[in-house]
Structure formats: structure tokens, C-alpha cells
Design a protein around this ligand. Sequence first.
Ligand code: KG4
Ligand code: ZN
Length: 356
Amino acid sequence: MSFQHLLAIETSCDETAAAIVDQTDDADRPWAVRSSVVASQVAIHREWGGVVPELASRQHVRDICGVVERALADADLSWSAIDAMAVTQGPGLVGSLLVGVSFAKAAAWSLGRPLVAVHHLAGHIESIWLDHGRIPLPAVVLVVSGGHTNLYLIRREGEYVLLGRTRDDAAGEAYDKVAKLLGLGYPGGPIVDRLAADGNARAIRWPGTRLTNPDRNHPERDGRFDFSFSGLKTAVLRHVRARQAALGQDRLPAAEVRDIAASFQRRVVETLVERTFAAARWYGARAVGVAGGVSANAHLRSEMTARGAAVELPVFIPRLSLSTDNAAMIAAAGLRQLARGRLAPPDLNADASLAL
Ligand code: KG4
Ligand code: ZN
């Protein structure tokens, strides 16, 4: 194999990550994670209730060298053993992206090795192949993260056709906002996930939002596979404000908070599962994939798997460490591109709103 060890760097948001992924000789499992290091900035941003872009870029600058050196040490490799590099070019916070892009360009240039530029969402999608090897095609893949809720059709490996996306908030963003208004802290997704497990998911009936149109010839052009979460977020806000007013205090009883979290989560997961499987049916998919930070959600994982079992479609979700932001997935997407000879130009720049 010409490219055996690929070093990837990911700095699109608030995680500084580096990983080394090997190209194998096994066509069904072409990639093997050799090391994967993630330095989280959660403790820094928690104080502000969300990611502060300027603080994020500064912390990336502080962490990047140590994170890359740790990835090399964990892989038991020296710099000279690296055959190629990959880096997240976008989308994300431009200051954060620039740290990774500048580092990768300088390192690749000084090593005399090829560099590939990776789209962050291609990384999330490829995390499924990285963890499970080849999956049956065509596949419908849902990418749910803090910034995106996108549904893709994959007919051929490495080719991503957008079928639908959120019209307003991303699912992860809705989790984070609902957690904030319930006074639960940041990031909200994992906290709501944990609390919801002990709540009554049928305690509250939210008003319905339906985006589904009747069957048409081009459902993706009609937005039939689009999502919307801002209505639900507003419904939760109204409910919480009304309850606070009724109780005459900001703090709601813990049991009630758990019920709100569970009822909110039930609606989000229901929507994600319905739309994903509707698209899978429409396109005759032979597999369903779920990736991105929200795919770490316990209820989403179990509902997707259960629905897949019910309709006899295999469901592929990466393990937790590959669900949330990491560089191993960027390495996988990088190896995919490298195999096609798509190298980054020497004047590669970060692109905060890069299209896939
Ligand atoms: O993919 P990711 O790590 O970063 C982005 O590319 O955005 O996703 C982060 C998002 C955050 O909104 C976070 O709250 C959400 O994923 N998240 C979860 C869970 N773990 C992370 N949402 C629900 N349940 C979880 N267990
Ligand atoms: Zn992500």
C-alpha cells in the first residue's frame, strides 16, 4: 500500500483532535484506527453557556502540538513514518479551522507528504465505514450534530447526495438550547440524554409540526425529508415559562425536569427515526446509518436499531468515541479522497461554510 499511515487533524469547533489511521489490505475493512486523541475545551466554554469562538481558537493553538505528539506516541510512530495528512477544511468556526489547516499545511510541507482537505460532515459519514467496514448500498445516512441535521443517500462509497436538512435549528442545537432553558448546563445533549432516561416521555404533549407532503416524484426537492426543531424548542420554552409562573419560582421540581427532558427527546427522536426510514423506504435503501454527536444519544441509538429490526434493515451507528467530534473520522474521509488522488492545493484555506 502506498499510503499506510495517515495523520489527520480536526479543529472545527471546540475539540482539538489528531488521529492516525492505517490503510489495510482488507477491502471490506480498509481502515484501522491506530491512535485517536481528543482534547476537549468543554470546561472552558461551560462557564459561558456555549462555545466562545475566540477562546476556542486560542485553546487550539495551545493544544495542537501536544495532541499531535500524543497521537504519534500512542501509535508508536515517528513523524517520518507518516505517509500522508488530512485536515478538516470546514464547515466550522473559521478561527478554529485555521489553526488545524495552518498546522497541517506546514507539517505536510516540511515532511514532503501529500495533504487532503476534508469536509467535516464527510468525516462524520465515513465514521460509519471506519467502525463497521463496508455496509450494503444504497444506504441512507442521517448526520445529526450541533450544527447539522442532514439526510444523505449514498449509492456509491464516497458520494453523498443530500436528501433533506433542518430548516432551522440542528437537533444538537435544540438539545443544547432546551438544556439551557431548563438550567442544566452545557453541553446539553448528554445531560438531557441522562435525565430523560428516568423521565416519563409521555408526560407532555407538544403541539405538532408536520413537514410531510403527499408522495411526489422528487420528494427531496419538495423538502419531504427536511427537519424542523425550532417549533418544538419554542413549545418547550412556553411550557417551562408557564410552569415557572404557576409555581412562582424559576426552579422546577427535578421529577418535572426529567419528564420535560424525556418528552422533548421523544419527539426529536421520533422525528429523526420517521424521516430517516421514510427516505430509506423511498430510495430502496439496503442499510441505514446514523452519525454525528447526537448519534451518541442512547434513546436515538435504541430507537433506530429497533426500527431497523422491525423493517429488516441493518442499522449502522459508530461507537461513542467516533460519534462525537474526533480526527479518526477525518482520517477515514481523507483516505477515501487520497485513493481518488484528490490532493489539497498548497494555498489551501479554511472555509467556515464549505459545501459538501
Ligand atoms: O458532532 P459534534 O460532536 O459536533 C458538531 O459537529 O457539532 O456534535 C455536538 C452535538 C452537541 O449539540 C451535543 O449536545 C450533542 O452533539 N450531543 C448529544 C449527545 N452527545 C452529544 N445530544 C444528545 N444526546 C447525547 N448523548
Ligand atoms: Zn461534528
